[in-house]
Ligand binder design. Structure first.
Ligand code: ADP
Ligand code: MG
Ligand code: ZN
Length: 509
């Protein structure tokens, strides 16, 4: 076919040339056209080769991991669009707006896109910040345009409905009159006007979806019936959700058969979907750098470090510093393992982000409630770095600054939650000085306790630190085997607190 067209073109040109017509410009144009055509052809073959999906990439609910609750709620809401006739016959007021709330990276944008696929609607998106301009009226105009465009696009693609997705709606939807900035107010008013004017009997029907992580600051007018009267929470995924997301993100990627996604899911408490996506990507980059064909568990582990702590830095500490960092990290690791066995994922002394070294702890399970014992143990773990340095060197260094910030924050939580010596408090009316005194008291008590726990291991730390310096990174299993060999039987640990009924914590290894 291609050859035929080219052949015919050449023949026509030769013929025209023969007639004495100047064919040079024509020749040029045709040449350009052919070049463009070939380029487009190449591109389309590349695209079909990399993804089998139809030309337009569509997101479905199956591609969203976890979020079962949110997905179910959203599907139910969207059935208003899918079964419009029934809704109408029952006289139910149709839905105009759905608000997705939750932290960044949890899949709100994905949900909105999946909603468009599910309802066979055209999809348009904009971000709240796009409406904010120096000039009054521009934002309002943009809102008008967005709705007009949505209707036009639906008509053009002969679809019955359109979904408009407004990300970061809090930027325009904050409480009116609050910023003393007319622009926001006008934009918001325009959005409300458009939504009120949206007729639900006309085709195409428009559904507005919006996302925010600050639903508390939204103008109440937005949440009134007939506007965003559905709110769906899209939270950080739990362990099952993380596993599901990891499965989705690693699907079709060359992952070594020994990789335990469940383990990675357990280690990544607090990760959002976007962070998990980035984790899988980083692991693949590590494989590329090491010139490997498959991604291994170890690469995933490094990728978790990278997402949590940042890129490895080129800083090269002196040998003395490395030794000190090893001692410090061993302090954290020993106390973590003694307090809660099986919690050390690994110890690393290669600098990453702002840290010279770190111990990563594995949470036994996702935690949403903390018992007093748990908080105290975490304070102990945080203080153990500096105390190990003190035991070994007789002095401390600046390396524990971050640990102290963490320990103080845990202690403050204890006081505010009524778990301290002074009992139940009203956070709002708690004098700063009282809080301070209590925090100091807690920290000094835990410091004493941690020192007691760690002191018997003084010589062991010194011995093992050399090994850590040599290896740079020691895995949890290796560390535990070593610790079992040097374990001191006489431990004066506090009895586990069972009153609160939280996680059962065993104090012996
Ligand atoms: P949000 O809009 O909540 O900030 P996004 O939907 O933009 O989050 O998510 C960003 C990226 O993170 C997505 O493109 C996807 O790769 C990944 N992601 C986030 N949540 C999920 C999830 N639940 N399942 C699968 N991938 C997810
Ligand atoms: Mg988003
Ligand atoms: Zn530390």
């Amino acid at each position: 076919m291609k050859e035929l067209v080219i052949g015919m073109g050449v023949a026509v040109m030769l013929f025209l040339g023969f007639l004495g017509v100047n064919v040079l410009p024509l020749f040029f144009l045709v040449g350009l056209g052919v070049a463009l055509w070939l380029m487009m052809d190449r591109k389309s073959t590349v695209m079909t080769a990399t993804r089998e999906a139809p030309v337009r990439h569509q997101v479905s609910f199956e591609q969203i991991g976890g979020q079962e609750h949110a997905k179910r709620e959203l599907r139910e809401a969207l059935d208003f669009l899918r079964y419009r006739e029934r809704i109408k016959s029952l006289g139910i007021r149709p839905l105009k707006g759905i608000l997705l709330t939750g932290p960044p990276g949890t899949g709100k944008t994905l949900m909105a896109k999946a909603a468009a696929t599910y309802t066979d609607s055209v999809f348009l998106s904009a971000s709240g910040s796009e409406f904010v301009e120096m000039y009054v009226g521009v934002g309002a105009q943009r809102v008008r345009d967005l709705f007009r465009k949505a209707r036009a696009l639906a008509k053009k693609e002969s679809k019955d409905s359109a979904i408009i997705f407004i990300d970061e709606i809090d930027v325009v939807g904050g409480k009116r009159g609050q910023f003393s900035h007319q622009e926001y107010d006008q934009t918001l008013n325009q959005l409300l006007t458009e939504m009120d004017g949206m007729s639900t009997t006309h085709t195409p029907m428009v559904l507005v979806m919006a996302a925010t992580n600050r639903p508390d600051i939204l103008d109440s007018a937005l949440l009134r019936p007939g506007r965003f009267d559905r709110q769906i929470k899209v939270d950080l995924p739990d362990k099952e959700g993380r596993l599901h997301i990891l499965k989705i993100q690693t699907d079709g990627k060359p992952v070594h058969s020994s990789v335990d996604l469940e383990h990675i899911a357990r280690e990544t408490f607090g990760f959002s979907g976007a962070q998990l996506e980035s984790l899988v990507n980083e692991a693949a980059i590590i494989a590329l750098r090491q010139d490997k064909k498959e991604v291994t568990q170890e690469m995933f582990r490094d990728a978790v470090d990278k997402v949590l702590m940042g890129e490895k830095t080129g800083r090269r500490p002196t040998d003395e510093e490395l030794q000190r960092v090893a001692v410090h990290e061993l302090g954290h690791a020993i106390v973590s393992e003694l307090m809660r066995p099986g919690t050390v994922s690994h110890i690393t002394i290669s600098p990453r982000g702002n840290a010279l070294g770190f111990v990563r702890q594995i949470p036994e399970s996702d935690k949403y409630l903390y018992t007093l014992d748990y908080l105290k143990q975490q304070i102990n773990v945080a203080l153990a770095g500096a105390l190990a340095e003190e035991l070994h060197y007789g002095n401390r260094s600046t390396g524990a600054q971050n640990d102290f910030v963490q320990a103080s924050s845990l202690a403050r939580t204890m006081v505010k939650c009524g778990l301290s010596r002074i009992g139940i408090v009203d956070e709002e009316h708690l004098p700063e000085t009282v809080l301070d005194t209590e925090v100091r008291y807690i920290l000094s008590e835990q410091e004493k306790e941690t020192r007691e726990v760690l002191t018997p291991y003084k010589d062991d730390i010194a011995n093992f630190a050399d090994h850590v310096v040599e290896e740079e990174s020691v895995g949890g299993q290796e560390f535990r085997t070593w610790l079992e060999g040097v374990i001191k039987p006489e431990l004066s640990l506090p009895a586990p607190n069972v009153e609160l009924g939280g996680a059962q914590i065993s104090a012996s290894v």
